[in-house]
Design a protein around this ligand. Sequence first.
Ligand code: PMP
Length: 408
Amino acid sequence: MPKINSLADYATKRFRLAGKAYLEGGDPFFAPTDSLRQEAEVRGQRFVSFANYDYLGLASHPSVNAAAAAALETFGVGALASRLVGGERSTHHHLEVALAEFLGTDSALTLVSGYLTNVTTISHILGSRDALFIDELSHNSIVSGAKSTVAETIVFRHNDLDHLDYLLRERRDNYRNALVVAEGLYSMDGDVADLVRLVQIKESHGAWLLIDEAHSIGVLGAEGRGLCEYVGVDPQQIDLIIGTLSKTLASCGGFVAGKAAVIEWLRYTLPGFVYSVGLSPVISAAAATALSLMQQETWRLERLRQNAELFMELAREAGLDTGPAIGRGVVPILFADSLETLAASSHLKSHGYYVPPIIQIGVPKDQPRLRFFLSAAHTEAEIRGVIELLAKRKSLQMEPAHSLSAAT
Ligand code: PMP
């Protein structure tokens, strides 16, 4: 009989395998950041932060805070029940109508987390004779949805739509309905799918298409409506648009949007909605205000675009590797290995910039990086400052060994 380990022993071993040794030189993670956006205060020291997805700088907007405070006063913190049976508040309806109108869909439904929204929607809508097609670099919430569905999951190469087209055709006899999932802006690489082609492919195969616009709302498109607007696709052609309230919309929670008949069905049957509490009224009021502000204060989107373009230009000039990023809200700087990534993060931190390393978790092990979330709230000096540090570090490393030793 194999020995049964205690859960604690098992956890210790698994954590070691997951790369715990990288923490030994000082833990760069879980640093408490008690102030907002680009001004992080980590353990009493102030930093310029590139670690928050507050793309339009709305997280500390006084109107967002005022809306939250007013909702708190009127409704309290919790929804206190599933919305279906007692947790419905007027702030929910108000936010969902505004989201649908903004996105150009018929309806929208909010849930308590963006992660949950992907898991429950993907697993709920497919049956055992259906198939799910996901990009190999899908966010973990999409992967968890795939693990929870009874449908067969088929993975296509990242943004390789020829591969997707081939797989949809090759498997045609094996599925009844097919759902294709892609992201509006990939959260680790900052690149996008060719949505125009994706729509053609899904239509030619009669498949359904879900686009996760978590990182593209407030970032892509002339008015920040996401990938559809960015590439000129009518959102009505997308079967399901998923998004979160935790990024541009300054709070937390998720939503799913689409045709009225689809959302109506989900409103009565989606497990993560029906069997979970309604979104906090405080959060729904705050998110609705953030949504309205982003439409009024259009300079924010323009500012984000300028900041991102400057960042890309300086990074290119410095020979830094930004991978496939298109140069909008998310831009990675790739490094040769995890130790070098940790060292670069710690170097930036010692100069007042907070950019945590992304190693082992969330990206392939051989593609460690510093992932920059750019914001309309960053200043030009901050962007120049952080790139200059990385550029200097890189040029020192590239100097031949004899000139380094001559300098010491
Ligand atoms: N989808 C994508 C693409 C994400 O990057 C994330 C999280 N960053 C989520 C969904 C989950 O959203 P949330 O953090 O709001 O739960």
